[in-house]
Each structure stands twice: as structure tokens, then as C-alpha cells.
Design a binder for this molecule. Structure first.
Ligand SMILES: Nc1ncnc2c1ncn2[C@@H]1O[C@H](COP(=O)(O)OP(=O)(O)OP(=O)(O)O)[C@@H](O)[C@H]1O
Length: 368
């Protein structure tokens, strides 16, 4: 991918004011040693999460999302690079900032026979949350009317929302959710999306990781897309999608001749199934009708196709062989980049000191 294409997708070298960022990393790197040898999990990651709104941290399985989050939270040591939370260097100043962060990165151990309310009350007492916090967080995640039900009767989606409620007890400004919709059905996914939106609308910053780009695209204000442990695109969802190559599906009776005509005009044309042509990189769809009509070919269908983050990702990583760094493909510039532009349901942790009732954080070197 040429630098121009990367820039089109929001990968720029603009300097950012750290005061406007909830999270920032530069050159973050982590290598694991395992029986299979050395595994580079994160390779020079530059990540900027603006204050406020939902920020999607997106990339395929194994691209380094969880490792990055765990480094930010001090659960895994970085090999090199720098990280800040609210402008404070971490892990050095983690004790000063961790109170402003709530994260779901591990398995919670809610008591199955206690009600959701009782579970939260125990946690609230353990961390010294203010009176009324439990009822407020139950309301925030939409569980107020089911708070009297035992935890074991909860659906996966409800369990996940209860885990989110637990992170909200200390009223954090930044929420970090690692793949919160894993294992959920479409209704559960929608509930989590609504909850994240509600939290962002209250002024909080939500950093959510996912390997399903299309899912997060619907709720995120801004995203960072990573591949092979490196940033490949970042910015406002609308800008990234808007920058994608636009395609048009064309229905025409004589497809071979139409293909030749459009190809001769310099357009990128391919066959789509048995009935249509797909023309990429079209600024003005009317150009297609004009070109074809000029040759006596009449279009019976002309549909501009909306791009999504998934197709942007595929476009950015097209042509890479296995093992090729995605960043190589986008000729990644150095320096700051910003664009102004197991079931996760069972995870809960409030690092650095997990309160009683929450799960223990998995640490570096442990098997997955
Ligand atoms: N404790 C570990 N020991 C050895 N290798 C690890 C460990 N944790 C992660 N890895 C490897 O590091 C790479 C990045 O993994 P990571 O879990 O950070 O990616 P991810 O994007 O969160 O993926 P997923 O969406 O599947 O959770 C993978 O190749 C993974 O196998």
C-alpha cells in the first residue's frame, strides 16, 4: 500500500496534544518467548485515544490488542516504547492514574447464588464506593429491573453488563473493554453497544477492542486499526470509511463488451457473480452510464456500494504475504500519528489491586 493510500485512511504524522488524549503509546513493543520460539505480539505500536467518546481498537485475532491493553494496565511489561494514560507516563505513574481507569480484562468471580445487586454491594464495600453507586451503575447498564435475580440465572450478555457495572463502581473516566461482545448473540451485542454509547454520552472515554470491525463501526466515534502489532489506520470512523475506494455495482446485458469499454476508459472493473460488474474507484457513477451508453450499452442497474471498516482493512492489507508486517505495506511513517479524525462475558478486573470478588489478572508469560 502506497503512503498516499495510508494517508487517505487517516494515518498521518500530525503531532497531538497529549492533554487531549486518554491513552497514547509510541513505539510499543512486546515479544513473548514460548515453546515455539519468540513471538512478536506488538511491534512498535503508536496508539492515540482521544478523550471522550467510544474508540474502537480493532484488528484480527492475534494482532496484539490484548497484549497492548495489558501493557497499558501494568499487567504485562513492555520490551520498549512509551505509554501514557491521561498524559501520565505508565507504568511508572500507574498508581496515580489507575483510579481513573476501569477495565474488563479478566474473568470475574461473581458469586453465582447471590443476586447481581448483592454481588455489586460486596464489591462496592471492598473498594469503598459511595452509597448509591450500586443502584446508579445497575441503571447505567440497564440491569436495574433484574438486579434482584441471582447471577447464575443471567444470560451471557447480562453477565457481561454486570461486569461493566462492576468497573463503573469507582466512577472511572476511562473504560477499557477487551472484546466485550465475544460469545454474545446479536441481542447481547446490541445491549453492550447501547451501554458503551450511554457511557460515552455521559462524558466517559470507552476504549473497546474487537476483531469484528463491522460490529464496532456502528458505535465507535474513532478507531485505530492494527495488524501484526502495528497501527495501520486511525481516525474518525466516517473519515476512514469515506476514504475507502468507492465501488459501483453495474447491471448490463452485454457484460464482456461493457467490461472492455470501462477498462479502456481506465476504470478498474471486475465480474461480480453471474449478473453484474463491479467498478472500483468511481468518483461519479454517472460516468459509467455515459461511457456505456456511448457504445450502445444500456445499464439496467447502478448501485453505489457503501464501504465499511472491514473493506478498508482488506484494502489496506491486500497483497501482503504471511509474515509481512502490515506497517510495511503502508510505508509507515515514524513519529506521532493521529487522525483528527473463554468468553469476555466472564472477565472482570480492577487493576492494579483486584478487589475481592473480582478475577485475578493473568500475567505475562502465562499460557493462553
Ligand atoms: N502469554 C503469551 N505467551 C506467548 N504468546 C502470547 C501470549 N499472549 C499472546 N501471545 C501471542 O501474541 C500475539 C498477540 O496476541 P494478543 O492476544 O495480544 O492478540 P489479540 O489481537 O488480542 O488477539 P485476540 O483477538 O485473539 O485476543 C499472538 O500471536 C498470541 O499468540
Amino acid at each position: 500500500m502506497a503512503p498516499a493510500a495510508a494517508a487517505r485512511h487517516g494515518v498521518t504524522t500530525t503531532e497531538v496534544d497529549a492533554a487531549t488524549l486518554a491513552v497514547s503509546t509510541r513505539g510499543l513493543r512486546k515479544t513473548y518467548r514460548s515453546r515455539r520460539g519468540r513471538q512478536v505480539a506488538v511491534e512498535g505500536l503508536d496508539l492515540d485515544v482521544p478523550l471522550g467518546g467510544v474508540h474502537g481498537f480493532l484488528g484480527p485475532n492475534g494482532s496484539g490488542k490484548t497484549t497492548s491493553i495489558r501493557m497499558l494496565l501494568g499487567l504485562v511489561r513492555a520490551d520498549s516504547g512509551t505509554m501514557t494514560l491521561f498524559g501520565e507516563e505508565v507504568p511508572e505513574r500507574l498508581p496515580q492514574v489507575i483510579g481513573r481507569v476501569g477495565a474488563i480484562v479478566e474473568s470475574p468471580t461473581f458469586f453465582p447464588h447471590f443476586t447481581a445487586r448483592k454481588n455489586l454491594q460486596l464489591l462496592a464495600r471492598a473498594i469503598g464506593a459511595p452509597d448509591g453507586a450500586v443502584e446508579k451503575v445497575l441503571e447505567d447498564v440497564g440491569l436495574a429491573d433484574r438486579a434482584g435475580d441471582r447471577f447464575r440465572t443471567y444470560s451471557l450478555g447480562m453477565k457481561q453488563r454486570l461486569a461493566i457495572a462492576a468497573t463503573l463502581l469507582k466512577d472511572p473516566e476511562l473504560l477499557i473493554f477487551d472484546e466485550p461482545t465475544n460469545g454474545l448473540d446479536p441481542a447481547g451485542i446490541r445491549e453492550i453497544r447501547t451501554t458503551m454509547r450511554t457511557l460515552a454520552d455521559q462524558g466517559k472515554t470507552v476504549l473497546v477492542s474487537s476483531h469484528i470491525l463491522a460490529e464496532v463501526e456502528q458505535v465507535a466515534d474513532t478507531v485505530s486499526i492494527i495488524g501484526h502489532g502495528r497501527l495501520i489506520a486511525s481516525g474518525r470512523v466516517s473519515d476512514i470509511i469515506g476514504s475507502a475506494t468507492s465501488s459501483v455495482r453495474v447491471g448490463v446485458a452485454d457484460r464482456p463488451t461493457a467490461l472492455t469499454v470501462l477498462d479502456a476508459a481506465g476504470l478498474t472493473v471486475r465480474l461480480d457473480g453471474h449478473d453484474h460488474l463491479l467498478v472500483d474507484g468511481v468518483d461519479d457513477p454517472a460516468q459509467i452510464t455515459r461511457l456505456l451508453a456511448g457504445q450502445g450499452l444500456y445499464v439496467h442497474e447502478l448501485v453505489p456500494l457503501t464501504a465499511g471498516l472491514e473493506s478498508v482493512f482488506l484494502e489496506l492489507t491486500a497483497g501482503q504475504g504471511p509474515g509481512t508486517s502490515v506497517a510495511d505495506a503502508v510505508a509507515a511513517p515514524t513519529g506521532r500519528r493521529a487522525a483528527h479524525a473463554e468468553s469476555a462475558a466472564e472477565r472482570l478486573a480492577a487493576p492494579p489491586a483486584a478487589p475481592p470478588g473480582s478475577g485475578t489478572a493473568r500475567t505475562e508469560g502465562e499460557g493462553r
